[in-house]
Design a protein around this ligand. Structure first.
Ligand SMILES: Cc1cc2nc3c(=O)[nH]c(=O)nc-3n(C[C@H](O)[C@H](O)[C@H](O)COP(=O)(O)OP(=O)(O)OC[C@H]3O[C@@H](n4cnc5c(N)ncnc54)[C@H](O)[C@@H]3O)c2cc1C
Length: 411
């Protein structure tokens, strides 16, 4: 009698862990504070592009359990200003090859994004953005309501609704990825290269010698460092405070929610700043929806109910079929918002401390791009050209990069 193997028996064993769980060493060349996507991507490009491997990523909770685990994974590069276009387009190009680079699936699905226009002013702003994108070599189109309907048939393009759809910008190369796979891919890769990923390790202070930081104090003891890289998203202002550095960062809850699993109904990403909702459909089938930030400051990873209520009202107006979908769960992350809706990257007043923060509601899409540029900044002690316009000094020189229009739903 022939013996048949049970289903799955021929598949390779999945490893119990994708990375080690090491004890912190006494010293590292580079200490990265924050084990989210940005911290992990920075470690990856330190190894890959600069051969720097004596690196620790310190994470106060579990790896990639902050905004990285909570975001809605929209990836696009259709920002207005040249400075933003450069960094986000660099990132999008890296997303397009990331699966091969990491040797790990990230389920990057380039399904396009529609940014809806509901008023004449929206239309003018949107057309301007499309033209600016084209000048920067970014794929962008202006579409009328009928073309919007063709790309996303379930959208309500009736003329008699409260915020009628007057058209949309469209970026076909935009998409979504599986955020936890992205984190695991980076984590596994850098661990293999010898980077120490240290979880349950909160940085609580710094040892300072003049204008240098010689070590970080953590809940797992003191760790000496050559260079410090702050990648703590919504908690960056807390860390800067410990160094006596003031930065114009505010921390807000940002909520998202998902519906139950549905058949494929939503083929692209649809965003609307005016009605405060954006939607995509996850690989498994949930409708993933986000809104603007909760207006108060805080560090609790939950938000207020009225935001969700407004978000759902807007969603049902734009997509009447959603009225039959059930809400499965909602959650929040803590995002760091700046006055011009652009990030802060580069020098601090300390010679060997560099900051990467202020990505607000839109930093997931920047993950590989900023990892690349921040690693360069750390390795050379000078900002990479793509991040040079985003220094902390712009708030004193006045050279702001005002991306409020193109950043995301309201900041
Ligand atoms: C609901 C929601 C939806 C979003 N949607 C999108 C989207 O669709 N597209 C997009 O581009 N962006 C989106 N974002 C924004 C995006 O998630 C963030 O900009 C991005 O994740 C920030 O970088 P990060 O991944 O490093 O942050 P995080 O993952 O938050 O990493 C920072 C880490 O630092 C750790 N940390 C903090 N303090 C300390 C300390 N003292 N010591 C040690 N560790 C510390 C935290 O625990 C955390 O894990 C969204 C965010 C939220 C909350």
């Amino acid at each position: 009698m022939t013996q048949t193997n049970p289903p799955g028996a021929d598949l390779p064993e999945h490893p119990d862990f994708l990375w080690r769980n090491p004890e912190p060493k006494k010293n590292y060349d580079v200490v990265i504070v924050g084990g989210g996507g940005h911290g992990l991507a920075t470690a990856h490009y330190l190894v890959r592009n600069h051969g720097i491997t004596n690196v620790a990523v310190l994470e106060k909770g579990w790896l990639a359990g902050g905004n990285m685990a909570r975001n809605t994974t929209l990836i696009r590069s259709n920002y207005l200003w040249d400075e933003s276009a450069a960094i986000y387009e660099h990132s999008l190009k890296l997303w397009e090859g990331l699966e091969d680079d990491l040797g790990y699936p990230i389920l990057f699905s380039q399904r396009g994004v529609l940014n809806l226009a509901h008023t004449e002013q929206d239309v003018r702003d949107s057309v301007r953005r499309v033209e600016a994108n084209k000048l920067n070599g970014i794929d962008a189109e202006w579409l009328g309501p009928d073309e919007v309907k063709r790309i996303c048939p379930i959208i309500n393009t009736a003329e008699d609704i409260r915020y009628p759809v007057q058209g949309a910008t469209y970026q076909p190369r935009a998409g979504i990825a599986k955020h936890d796979y992205v984190a695991w891919g980076f984590g596994r890769r850098v661990d293999e290269a010898g980077v120490d990923l240290i979880q349950d390790c909160e940085v609580t202070g710094f040892t300072v010698d003049g204008d240098r930081v010689t070590g970080v104090r953590t809940t797992r003891g003191d760790i000496g460092c050559g260079t410090v890289a702050l990648c703590a998203a919504g908690h960056t202002s807390v860390l800067l405070d410990q160094l006596g550095v003031r930065a114009p960062l505010q921390s807000h809850p940002l909520q998202a929610l998902v519906s139950e699993l549905l058949e494929p109904v939503h083929p692209t990403i649809v965003m609307s700043n005016a009605v405060h909702v954006y939607v995509s459909q996850a690989h498994k089938g949930e409708l993933v929806m986000g809104a603007g930030v909760d207006s108060y400051n805080g560090y609790g990873q939950r938000g207020a109910f009225h935001i969700i209520e407004r978000q759902m009202a807007a969603a049902v107006e734009l997509f009447p079929v959603f009225a039959r979908a059930h809400l499965l769960r909602s959650w929040a992350g803590i995002v760091d918002v700046t006055p011009d809706a652009s990030p802060i990257v580069g020098h601090t007043p300390y010679e060997n401390v560099f900051v990467n923060a202020g990505w607000g509601t839109g930093g997931f899409k920047a993950t590989p791009g900023i990892g690349w540029c921040f690693a360069h900044t750390l390795a050379h002690g000078e900002p990479h050209p793509y991040v040079a316009p985003f220094g902390l000094d712009r708030f004193t020189t006045g050279a702001l990069v005002d991306e409020h229009g193109a950043a995301a739903v309201a900041h």
